[in-house]
Design a protein around this ligand. Structure first.
Ligand SMILES: Nc1nc2c(ncn2[C@@H]2O[C@H](COP(=O)(O)OP(=O)(O)OP(=O)(O)O)[C@@H](O)[C@H]2O)c(=O)[nH]1
Length: 497
């Protein structure tokens, strides 16, 4: 997604400013201008950019940026807070509760990805133990019911619709009633779209909303609509009480800044991102980790979740065990490179791994980085098992060893040295996991008890810990994530989901 470019540009504006010897009002203004340009080019609405710039100007005092202070961090913190402020409307959206019946209605323009997203949403909650159902109240687009039926069947989710009834209000009402009787605890209503915002669409939405009385109305928006996002989102919000936003097609070439604009227009949080056509290409959205990744600061909690996706199930306990022993070997590095290469969109995964993000995988240079990783792996192919499994870094101080690996892999001594340096750098980050207690398979509560803020603080890069508000912030973040869920997600790594 092109949002990564936005992050890269903001980071480079911050870097440029911190390289200046005298930080005065002019230098701050230049940095803000650069950030403004990056945001505008990423399709964040003009009004929002103006607000953000004036807030930054108010909060960043050049006196605070005098010698001795870490200017980049102060400015970065201010940008971080402002972006979080833009994306966080200040009130969480309604969240379905298992066993408590609720109706969620989806609205959006035609082709925004509504129907696909309804199924992804149902599938997501079904995995969490809900009993979801789908109602197709889209009578406008021929084939909409067939599409929903096909998706629902594939995901094994009960559905309701009609080939003969033409009134979406009647279908919505009958569908909701039917599934209420059948004790579905999450009844999802897909509504019609139009090519553009039309009075008839809004009237239809209002009527469907009146009869189904949804607990939550989700506005689905295609991330590629650019600057139009703000007005479109606002028009929907003015017609029905939108309570949450889902941004789709974040895997495409969209600039993505529209997401920021939609939140501001609807004053509702983004709750999920659609990242592909497949059912599982759907990610819950959290403001702080998202902005953290955007600014290249890593997202440790997202990475914990990703272990489950990236690392093959049978390797997960072993990897975590090794990490808990604090023994990060070249073989582990090799295996992680393999897993990451297999996963595809490298930048997404890399951006989550503290330590991996900026150095190994600079934004916008994913192809080069991929080639670099493959090169490292070729060198590792020329190593002995003893070298791959050793944790003794002194081993690589021997020139003859480095020469042999270089000759064997067809690379220069410098290149091999570069790979060893990378290994040492990563080992330093990862060995901080030492002491993490791994519970026996199935004992998830033990896992959640064992991951505490103290331990997390050791593995987080210092700047990220600071962004989270130090130990206090981290503790409250972990509390928010709910150690139960956190343990469960992490526990997924043990094949116990
Ligand atoms: N790449 C990508 N494609 C998506 C995503 N979400 C939906 N799509 C695709 O976008 C197209 C339109 O999606 P639909 O779900 O039919 O859109 P809709 O909003 O329901 O359209 P109407 O029913 O006509 O209002 C389909 O080809 C989907 O597969 C996504 O996150 N990424």
């Amino acid at each position: 997604m092109v949002l990564a470019e936005l992050g890269g540009r903001i980071s480079s504006a911050l870097q440029k400013m911190s390289n200046v010897t005298v930080i005065d009002q002019k230098a701050v203004q230049e940095c803000i201008n650069e950030i403004n340009r990056a945001l505008l080019q990423s399709d964040v609405s003009f009004k929002l950019v103006q607000t953000l710039a004036s807030n930054l100007k108010k909060t960043v005092n050049p006196d605070d940026l005098a010698a001795g202070h870490n200017k980049r961090k102060i400015m970065q913190q201010a940008v971080f807070n402002e972006l979080c402020g833009l994306l966080d409307p200040g009130k969480p959206s309604y969240t379905p509760k298992k066993g408590k019946q609720c109706v969620v209605m989806f609205v959006g323009l035609q082709g925004s990805g509504k129907t696909t997203t309804c199924t992804k949403y149902a599938h997501y909650y079904r995995k969490k133990g809900f009993k979801p159902s789908l109602v197709c109240a889209d009578t406008f687009r021929a084939g909409a019911f067939d599409q929903l039926k096909q998706n629902a069947t594939k995901a094994n989710i009960p559905f309701f619709g009609s080939y003969t009834e033409t009134d979406p209000v009647v279908i919505a009402q009958s569908g909701v009633e039917k599934f209420k009787k059948e004790n579905s605890d999450l009844i999802i209503v897909d509504t019609s779209g139009r090519h553009k915002q039309e009075a008839s669409l809004f009237e239809e939405m209002r009527q469907v909303s009146e009869v189904t009385k949804p607990d939550l109305i989700i506005f689905v928006m295609d991330s590629s609509i650019g600057q139009a996002a703000f007005d479109q989102a606002q028009a929907f919000k003015q017609s029905v009480p939108v309570g949450a936003v889902i941004i789709t097609k974040m895997d495409g070439h969209a600039k993505g800044g529209g997401a920021l604009s939609a939140v501001a227009a609807t004053k509702s949080p983004v709750i999920f991102l659609g990242t592909g056509e497949h059912m599982d290409e759907f990610e819950p959205f959290d403001v702080k980790p998202f902005v953290s990744r955007l600014l290249g600061m890593g997202d440790w909690s997202g990475f914990m979740d990703k272990i489950h996706d990236v690392v093959p199930m049978d390797q997960q306990p072993e990897l975590l065990q090794k990490l808990s022993e604090g023994s990060f070997t070249l073989r582990i590095m090799y295996e992680q490179f393999q897993n990451i290469l297999k996963l595809g969109p490298l930048n997404q995964v890399f951006s989550m791994i503290p330590g991996f993000s900026t150095e190994l995988m600079p934004k916008g240079r994913e192809k080069e980085s991929q080639a670099r990783i493959k090169k490292f792996m070729t060198m590792m192919d020329s190593m002995t098992n003893a070298e791959l499994d050793s944790t003794n870094q002194k081993l690589f101080a021997e020139p003859s060893r480095i020469n042999r690996i270089a000759r064997g892999s067809g690379h220069t001594v410098q290149e091999v040295q570069e790979m060893i340096d990378e290994y040492k750098r990563l080992a330093k980050v990862w060995t901080k996991m030492k002491g993490l207690k791994i519970p026996k398979k199935g004992d998830m509560s033990a896992m959640s008890r064992n991951i505490n803020a103290q331990q997390m603080s050791k593995v987080l890069p210092p700047q990220m810990l600071k962004q989270l508000g130090g130990m206090g912030g981290l503790q409250s973040l972990m509390k928010q994530m709910g150690s139960k869920d956190f343990g469960k997600e992490f526990g997924g790594a043990f094949g116990d989901k």
